[in-house]
Design a protein around this ligand. Structure first.
Ligand code: GRF
Length: 203
């Protein structure tokens, strides 16, 4: 079972996935890690684990469409069962999301549908929310809008900063993302009619 991971940065979620594979809890081959940034630390993590890497620099393309088309070609070389977005900071075209519909997951650091987009923790603190959190969801054409799979939440405490919150939320991310991937690869998780189905139950 092959998985391709896309990222743009630190890759701590990639690391969590690698660790679960190494420990034998997650049964898949991470066929390739692709980054749109050549200096993403996630690429180092992949290399350390012996995983092939590729850089597809969005700046080398003159449109979102041409970038996505090239990215798609590179991913499809591996014919993966699942595409995992792990901190991939590009908005995807509808054509791209359609191509992987029901076969691509994303992790977003908020309790969706709250705080789609960027700076989620800062916005949650400023909005005086009691809880922040993270959501794993299927990717559809709607940015951060596909059906939810699993969420984890953490309390926003007095004096909480964007950094302290991000740290707490990341710990949860590293638990729930490998879990959702495992469900998918074991056939327990599907997307049907824009809805998440887990063990034959519509969530
Ligand atoms: C995470 O907060 C994730 O939710 C968001 O981007 C960040 C990626 O972190 N989509 P990392 O690169 O996995 O450390």
């Amino acid at each position: 079972t092959k998985v391709v991971v896309l990222l743009s940065g630190s890759g701590s979620n990639l690391q969590a996935i690698i660790d679960q594979v190494t420990q034998g809890n997650l049964k898949c081959e991470i066929a390739c890690v692709i980054s749109n940034k050549a200096d993403a630390f996630g690429l180092e993590r992949a290399k350390q684990a012996g995983i092939p890497t590729q850089v597809v620099d969005h700046k080398a393309f003159d449109s979102r469409e041409s970038f996505d088309a090239h990215l798609q070609t590179q991913i499809d070389v591996y014919n993966p069962h699942l595409v995992v977005l792990a901190g991939f900071m590009r908005i995807l075209t509808a054509g791209f999301t359609e191509h992987y519909l029901g076969k691509m997951l994303n992790i977003h650091p908020s309790l969706l549908p709250k705080f789609q987009g960027l700076h989620t923790h800062k916005r949650a603190i400023e909005a005086n929310e009691t809880f922040a959190g993270v959501t794993v969801h299927f990717v559809t054409a709607e940015l951060d809008g596909g059906p939810n799979i699993i969420q984890a939440k953490v309390a926003i405490e007095t004096g909480e900063t964007e950094e302290s919150l991000a740290k707490k939320v990341l710990k949860k991310e590293h638990i729930i993302y490998p879990m959702a991937i495992d469900w998918f690869l074991n056939g327990r998780l599907k997307m049907n009619n824009n809805q998440t189905v887990l063990d034959d139950k519509v969530l």
